[in-house]
Design a protein. Structure first.
Length: 82
């Protein structure tokens, strides 16, 4: 009887993980739906109210993510460099 319970729990976990992966991918697609970066959004992100040190950090971090992943979006919309 215990093995049937474990099998059912494993099936539920697999289904939930697939749902979670799909919703996570959909969020990323919606955040970065344009293929090309927009200059206006880029400049708006740099105008955020934060210290220059943080802006430079986020700018470098987000651009490094885009380079490593070979994508036009880092996945952090609204941050400098995205």
């Amino acid at each position: 009887m215990q093995s049937i319970k474990n099998i059912c729990l494993n099936i539920i976990l697999v289904i939930l993980s697939k749902i979670w992966i799909k919703t996570d991918l959909l969020k990323e697609i919606k955040m970065c739906d344009s293929e090309r970066p927009d200059a206006k959004e880029f400049l708006d992100n740099l105008k955020m109210p934060m210290s220059l040190k943080k802006k430079i950090y986020y700018f470098l971090k987000n651009n490094a993510i885009k380079i490593v992943r070979l994508k036009s979006c880092c996945g952090h919309p609204g941050e400098p460099g995205c």
